[in-house]
Design a protein around this ligand. Structure first.
Ligand code: UDP
Ligand code: MG
Length: 312
């Protein structure tokens, strides 16, 4: 197999067939497989995929999860089950035009020294200014806090050689933040630009709250600095309380009236810091907890197009 195309799908009944047709048109004679991962869709995605498989079992493979595990898990399943010399990840909703698959493929064919091509979105047409600002801020914070460098706006829309896939699969952490993992494993990456298209059908699964959760899990996965923050803030608050004590001792008489207010402020401040730090530590502990439990990252309920030999 020359090229494996991984497509995570959650509620994409109106997109999977169109995507297949587009890919088929663009790649034409190339030996490729499309691995659709139905990530616990609640619409008719799996029925559409079964139909597609019946129509073209030479190109179509399907994995269906027992429930929604998230896009990261779907991408990993795709990697685990792919057999291509090159592997690519693309969204199901046609926001990432399949014509770029050809571009990435040709680049890798002609530039043996590169291991990977990652697409950077030029502009996100449908995205609000607010969301764009939040994303910009996230990349700034992430790059300050973490030891790895994240290329701003580089998506999961990529193509890479098998060696990159093997490296990714070998990272067996459960809390997966693939943008970070892609950066952490290294390799020689070429960045190309693409225009984001509007979503073909359905609606985005990543709302504002989900994006915040995702950003936060990325920071926790790749940086220990928030943990160290506790020492810094702790020392600062102790220091300020000592300074405060000195001020109170010096101005004992004149301060009497506002003392009670200051006391409240200080108490609130201290409680605030305590809770903040407990929260941060709690989050790290929860990550350790999931890593220690070693539950599988996904559970496959149904497979189409895979021989038993490919089952992991
Ligand atoms: N997706 C998935 N599991 C999820 C959420 C999303 O497999 O829990 C898939 C989705 O079907 C799509 C891709 O991930 O193919 C990107 O999702 P979406 O278009 O909702 O995100 P956005 O483009 O808004 O970032
Ligand atoms: Mg999308």
């Amino acid at each position: 197999m020359k090229l494996s195309i991984i497509v995570p799908c959650k509620n994409e009944e109106g997109n999977v067939t169109k995507l297949y047709e587009e890919i088929n048109r663009v790649l034409d004679k190339l030996k490729y497989e499309i691995i659709y991962i139905d990530d616990g869709s609640t619409d008719n995605t799996i029925e559409e995929l079964r139909k597609l498989y019946e129509k073209d079992d030479r190109h179509i493979k399907v994995l269906s999860f027992s429930r929604n595990f998230n896009k990261e898990a779907a991408m990993l399943a795709g990697l685990d089950y792919s057999s291509g010399e090159y592997i690519s990840i693309i969204d199901a909703d046609l926001q990432q035009n399949p014509k770029y698959l050809k571009e990435m493929y040709e680049f890798l064919e002609n530039n043996k020294e590169y291991d990977e091509v990652a697409m950077i979105m030029k502009e996100r047409n449908a995205e609000s200014k607010f969301m764009a600002f939040c994303k910009g801020a996230f990349y700034k914070v992430m790059n300050k806090l973490c030891d790895i460098r994240l290329e701003k706006a580089a998506s999961d829309f990529r193509m890479f050689r098998k060696s990159v896939k093997d490296a990714l699969i070998n990272l067996n952490e459960r809390n997966r933040f693939s943008k970070g993992l892609f950066s952490w494993i290294g390799f020689k990456i070429k960045y190309l630009y693409y225009d984001v298209e509007p979503r073909n059908n359905g609606k985005s699964s990543f709302g504002f709250i989900n994006s915040i959760k995702y950003a936060f899990s990325g920071i926790l996965a790749f940086s220990s600095k928030p943990l160290k923050l506790s020492t810094l803030l702790g020392s600062l608050s102790v220091l300020s309380s000592i300074v405060y004590l000195i001020i109170v001792l010096i101005n004992l008489v004149s301060l009497e009236n506002i003392l009670i207010h200051i006391l409240f402020i200080v108490m609130l401040f201290m409680f605030g810091i305590q809770f903040l730090l407990m929260g941060i530590i709690g989050n790290y502990i929860s990550i350790i907890n999931t890593e220690v439990r070693k539950r599988p990252i996904y559970i496959v309920k149904e497979k189409l197009g895979f021989n038993d030999e490919t089952i992991l």
